[in-house]
Design a protein. Structure first.
Length: 425
């Protein structure tokens, strides 16, 4: 992009979307800190805790494709607003449950309403940021994931020092209701609807996206998108990545709580935030590098290899809290790094009118791995009285994704499609 083109979209769209998803992601990571306190009320086993954390992702798949479809055909802005209101109320309901069965149901329903947000926002970003900016835009928005962990883990830990687990669930369900109102007034579906966009910036975005869309060929139906080989392989890759990703994320507080001399929930919260600081840096650096090279596959595979090394090394070479923290940091760098590049792949291959549904399908089935990861770690920990084997399984999941992404062939396909646009520009 030429330096003379205004770039207000980076300051208007990304921050509002990132804060919105920080509030959503909080509901996934806070459960790792809150469940030990829920255990005192409902006597949860390790498997129960894994189920409570993982069942969220069973609900999460329900609105993935509908959310992507509605965002593409109707309005990403409206879809996200409606779901924010519903997930905020559902998050509050988590603090009102009276049994572990009700807890499972509440977590499932929360997952349903948060599920449509991810593909809807990816559709929104695809209408604001051309392909050469897409990995950075995705990563800056998805930086909300580690940033939420950095900020929300200490806040959750602090709240738990003077508030019951019920109060924390309720308190953390209120912000989405407030931010939803701001979202409604600050976000527009496309540049032509935003008053703050200059004519020059609007023309640049719309002409570039139009050229990119033409280079992808004629319009195709959803069946063609759903049977696209790259999309199908991305589903498999994303499933195993999310299994390793959430298995790691959900159990980080438990690992840190086991450090000798760490007892306060506030201290656990602050220490839990450390790996995610490095994860945030990894996301931003890797996505920027990926955009500069216009390569995606290696920028997915290499971080995942690093993450797998961190998981394995943490079990065999970390015998002190300091070394365990070092390997948690290495793992965080690896499992978060691929976000921007991976989610730039579907929109580089598919037309805008179908990419939302395709990304919803990838996220829907792939996030079932988010159920498998936490549950298998909890189950193995309960069966073996040790977390070692569970984390080794998570490392294997990451390696599977790394192998698939290496042989995906998406870089070559995207390069072939982009040649006409590059010649035109």
């Amino acid at each position: 992009m030429g330096s003379s083109i205004p770039a207000k979209r980076w300051r208007y769209v990304i921050p509002v979307a990132a804060i919105m998803y920080m509030l959503a992601y909080m509901d996934r990571i806070n459960v790792g800190m809150i469940l030990p306190y829920v255990d005192k009320s409902f006597h949860l086993t390790s498997a129960d805790s894994g189920l409570a954390a993982g069942i969220f992702f069973v609900g999460y798949m329900v609105l993935q494709i509908p959310g992507g479809l509605l965002a593409s055909k109707w309005s990403a802005r409206k879809v996200v607003f409606i779901l924010m209101m519903l997930w905020g109320l559902s998050a509050i309901a988590n603090g009102l449950v009276e049994s572990k069965t009700q807890l499972y149901v509440a977590r499932f329903v929360l997952g349903v309403f948060e599920g449509g947000v991810w593909p809807a926002v990816l559709v929104l970003l695809a209408t604001w940021f051309p392909q050469q900016e897409r990995a950075r835009a995705n990563a800056l928005w998805m930086a909300s994931l580690p940033l939420s962990a950095i900020l929300m883990s200490p806040i959750t830990g602090w709240l738990l020092t003077f508030m019951s687990w019920r109060g924390v669930f309720i308190m953390e369900g209120i912000p989405p209701l407030v931010w939803g109102v701001l979202w409604w007034f600050l976000i527009s579906d496309r540049p032509s609807q935003a008053k703050w966009v200059s004519t020059e910036e609007r023309n640049y975005i719309e002409s570039t996206l139009s050229e990119e869309n033409r280079s992808k060929g004629g319009s195709v139906g959803y069946r063609a998108a759903f049977t696209n080989k790259t999309v199908l392989w991305l589903i498999v890759a994303y499933f195993f990545w999310m299994a390793g990703f959430y298995g790691f994320t959900m159990w980080v507080p438990s690992v840190i709580k086991g450090f000798q001399g760490v007892g306060s929930s506030t201290v656990v919260g602050w220490l839990t935030a450390i790996p995610f600081v490095f994860a945030l840096i990894s996301m931003l650096v890797n996505s920027t590098w990926s955009d500069r090279r216009q390569k995606r596959q290696a920028h997915v595979a290499i971080p995942l290899l690093i993450g797998a090394f961190g998981l394995v090394g943490g079990q065999f070479f970390a015998h002190s809290p300091l070394m365990k923290m070092v390997f948690l940091i290495i793992t965080g760098i690896g499992v978060y790094g691929p976000y921007g590049p991976l989610w730039a792949i579907p929109s580089s291959l598919l037309r805008l009118e179908v990419v939302g549904a395709a990304m919803g399908l990838i996220n829907a089935i792939g996030n079932l791995g988010g159920f498998l990861g936490p549950y298998i770690v909890g189950y193995i920990k309960g069966a073996t009285k040790s977390g070692y084997a569970g984390f080794l399984v998570l490392a294997v999941f990451l390696l599977i994704t790394a192998v698939i992404s290496t042989f995906l062939g998406s870089d070559k396909k995207a390069q072939t499609q982009e040649q006409p646009q590059q010649m035109a520009s």
